[in-house]
Design a protein around this ligand. Structure first.
Ligand code: NAD
Length: 352
């Protein structure tokens, strides 16, 4: 296997940590550089099992800071970039859009410039792979799916910032010939997800017998994919995708928020030896998120057909694995539920 140095941005975060682990373990001949600013969402504890491997390096840096990015590109001869670093939480984008503009739009452009400067014109290296979201496509009614041809219609500051970064990545491919690829994925779940997102937040609250806040009536529909299945898709796309292409990734696994939480409550009742129905009593409906998109659903036929990817876990199995992970990693959870997070939680859900 050819020696390659791969820069993975945002590798200390939820999805990034699974991607870093997969690449470090599967490709011992690659040097994997995890470039991360370590915001509230970045946690090197996610990677303690691989931190001593000789093909893994961590570099602390901000993608929106040209000096940080230029330094890593001049220190290493980078052959490919897998770009996951982002501000990723819709609710935070509503209360503080500027952080999203800075990291997701400016940061992506700084990275694109550095990749372009160091690109030697060969299509073998410097593939710039941007990990994006299905939220760029807007919101669906009760029917239909997002395909790779669905026009962009982002509706939150988060999705608008990700849509902008997708456009910039395509523009650098079209204008400068930079070899790029983009994938747009549905909601991920699994170990290491920061407990501000629906599933880990609910597990944490059920465990501690705290109210489970559900926006509106819980009617919003999301398509859920186990995070390691996303990491497997990223591996395939990085190695096999056609340059300039876009791939949608999804679990074909749509759930109304309220139904998902009811399923989670059932699993938690069993795990915590509670009477059936006890955890469900914690469900508390709260004021809906501003501009809350009704439904996202992904058509992932292209990646299945062209690259042979498909999700490996059913939702029941993946959700149980996730619950088991959170219940047996109490220290991880307590460490990340820090002062900063509690302030945010207080502001978002009040005393609940
Ligand atoms: P996350 O919030 O868990 O992690 C983001 C990581 O990026 C953190 O480690 C953080 O420290 C780092 N980071 C943030 N700003 C940075 C900066 N300026 N410079 C360097 N590092 C910075 O996010 P996630 O859920 O793992 O999402 C990763 C990527 O996947 C994002 O681009 C997101 O848009 C995309 N995505 C997420 C989902 C999902 O369900 N979570 C679905 C589809 C796509």
């Amino acid at each position: 296997m050819a020696k390659k140095t791969i820069l993975i941005t945002g590798g200390a975060g939820f999805i990034g940590s699974h991607v870093v682990r997969r690449f470090v373990n599967s490709y011992p001949d690659y040097i994997i550089i995890n470039f991360d600013k370590l915001t509230y969402a970045g946690n090197l504890e996610n990677l303690t099992d691989i931190e001593d491997k000789p093909n893994y390096k961590f570099v602390k840096g901000d993608i929106a800071n040209e000096k940080d990015v230029e330094a890593v590109f001049s220190q290493y001869q980078i052959d490919g970039v897998i770009h996951l670093a982002a501000e990723s939480h819709v609710d935070r984008s509503i209360s503080d859009p500027m952080a999203f503009i800075r990291t997701n739009i400016l940061g992506t452009t700084v990275l694109l410039n550095a990749a372009r400067k160091s690109w030697d014109g060969s299509f073998d290296g410097k593939l710039f792979y941007h990990i994006s979201t299905d939220e760029v496509y807007g919101s669906l009614g009760n029917e239909g799916f997002f395909t790779e041809e669905t026009p962009y219609d982002p509706r939150s500051p988060y999705s608008a910032s990700k849509a902008s970064s997708d456009h910039l990545v395509r523009a650098y491919n079209h204008t400068y010939g930079l070899p790029t690829v983009i994938s747009n994925c549905s909601n991920n779940y699994g170990p290491n997800q920061f407990p501000e997102k629906l599933i880990p937040l609910s597990i944490h609250n059920i465990k501690n017998s705290k109210p489970i806040p559900i926006y509106g009536k819980g009617e919003n529909v999301r398509d859920w994919l186990y995070v390691e299945d996303h990491a497997a898709a990223i591996d395939l796309i990085f190695h096999k995708a056609k340059i300039g292409e876009t791939y949608n990734i999804g679990g074909n696994n749509e759930w109304k928020n309220i139904d998902l939480i009811r399923l989670l409550c059932k699993i938690m009742d069993k795990k915590l030896n509670r009477a059936e129905g006890e955890s469900e009593k914690l469900i508390t409906f709260v004021k809906d998120r501003a501009g809350h998109d009704l439904r996202y659903a992904i058509d992932s036929n292209k990646i299945q057909r062209e690259l042979g990817w498909k999700p490996s876990l059913t939702f029941d199995v993946g959700l149980e694995k996730t619950v088991d992970w959170y219940l047996s990693n109490e220290k991880w959870l307590n460490d990340v539920v820090s002062g900063e997070y509690m302030n945010y939680y207080q502001q978002q859900y009040g005393g609940r």
